[in-house]
Design a protein around this ligand. Structure first.
Ligand code: AMP
Ligand code: MG
Length: 409
């Protein structure tokens, strides 16, 4: 039986993960694939935007100096969006115009159709129009040469819209990490495939970890559940390592004789960075590196696997993508009763949050066993209790990692 050489704190573990996980190379990615990535370099406007003066409404372009109430105008042309008028405006003339249409030469304002009567060759103006009324000026949004997206900005819908207005079909980004998720355990059966035989359970981890990986913005793929057999595991892990930036396994990474993952990894040339964290749940976590691939061996207990993904894998994925907001929100919470920690390890305790006059109050979701899958569905946050104390007293400040950010609002 192998024993953990040394358990490190979760802060130390986090530091080691980030230290050995650089950003991925810069690539140009299509706008439709850019969501959630970070801009790798400042992006500048190529031209004034909007590129021309245009109408903000449907109505008539005219000369504001003619535009007194009750005046009748002659309609000499039209300017729908995308097709500028051919005629130039003279005195008492108007050009029918639509939202986005180019303001015709000679016009300096637009009368809204609602302020006119008649929608034919002639119309009467019901209300005076002032210079510039209903005109969107060229360049009023963005000036040529201006930085429209700063390096490291996270790309969301508004950033994509802005880049598109400037004709960028692709954006320079840090490549999206490829991650392969793989379960290990002879007891595991594919959900939906068949009924369970005695001693078997359904594989939940790989599906949960896959969802977490997508949630972090990674390009995620799930392999099958490998049995606790050295050859099977070696083949699965080798396949994963050679095709991914990040490989995450669950199970088989503790100190039992069926825990084969670590031995297989070392035999495949993975360099161990750490194995064992002073954390509950999640003591046996393994982290290693082989060339450009990062390997996380997470424990098999479902809560441990998911919590450790949150704490270690998610920040690593975010960093690879150049995302500076790589941590979930950390807030200060308190308990309204004393909470023990007899584990001698940091307890990442599943809690519900509620807002009170004294701040955020945390309450345990109930039993904290690391096999209790239903407990995580009830948790808003992980409160970090210990490890240097026996626990915390009622009212003491405790750091918590918020898993459901919507509870904060
Ligand atoms: P291990 O870390 O392999 O000793 O597994 C610890 C516990 O987690 C055992 O009860 C396993 O049956 C369970 N377990 C391991 N892998 C999975 C999985 N993919 N889905 C659900 N439970 C698992
Ligand atoms: Mg196992």
């Amino acid at each position: 039986m192998q024993l953990f050489e040394k358990l490190i704190s979760h802060h130390e573990a986090m530091g080691l993960v980030l230290e050995s996980t650089p950003r991925l190379p810069v690539v140009h990615t299509l706008l439709e694939d850019a969501r959630g990535l970070a801009v790798a370099e400042d992006l500048r406007a190529r031209f004034e935007s909007p590129p021309f003066d245009n109408s903000a409404v449907d109505g008539y372009a005219l000369r504001s100096c003619d535009a007194v109430a009750a005046r009748v105008f002659r309609v000499v042309d039209e300017a729908p969006a995308g097709r500028p008028a051919r005629k130039k405006l003279g005195e008492g003339e108007a050009i029918k115009i639509f939202t986005g249409g180019v303001i015709p030469e000679g016009a300096d304002a637009v009368a809204m159709v609602e302020n006119t009567s008649g929608w034919g060759e002639e119309f009467e103006l019901k209300k005076a129009v002032l210079p510039g009324n209903n005109v969107r000026k060229g360049g009023e949004d963005v000036h040529k040469g201006e930085v429209i997206l700063h390096a490291d900005t996270e790309i969301g819908a508004p950033e994509i819209a802005l880049a598109a207005t400037q004709g960028y079909g692709e954006l320079p980004v840090y490549r999206r990490p490829k991650i392969v998720v793989l379960s290990s355990g002879t007891e595991l059966v594919e959900p939906g495939a068949r009924d369970l035989s005695p001693g078997e359970i359904f594989d939940s981890n790989s599906f949960a970890l896959l969802a977490q990986a997508f949630d972090a913005g990674a390009d995620a793929r799930r392999l099958y559940a490998a049995s606790d057999n050295v050859e099977v595991l070696r083949a699965a892990i080798e396949e994963a390592l050679s095709s991914a930036d990040v490989v995450v396994t669950s199970g088989g990474v503790s100190v039992g004789e069926k825990d084969l993952v670590k031995g297989v990894l070392l035999s495949l040339g993975v360099e161990q960075i750490f194995w064992g964290i002073k954390l509950k749940p999640g003591k046996p976590v393994f982290f290693g590196v082989r060339e450009n691939a990062r390997f996380f061996g997470l424990p098999g207990n479902p809560v441990s696997a998911m919590v450790c993904f949150e704490l270690f894998v998610r920040p690593a994925l975010m960093r690879m993508m150049g995302r500076t907001d790589r941590h979930r929100p950390h807030i200060e919470v308190y308990f309204d009763e004393d909470v023990e920690n007899k584990f001698g390890r940091m307890h990442a305790m599943r809690v519900r949050l509620s807002r009170t006059e004294k701040g955020w109050m945390a309450q345990s979701v109930g039993a904290q066993g690391s096999g209790l899958v239903s407990s995580l569905t009830k948790a808003d946050a992980l409160a970090l209790v210990g490890p240097e104390s026996e626990g915390v007293r009622a009212g003491d400040p405790v750091e918590a990692i918020v898993l459901r950010e919507e509870v904060l609002f």
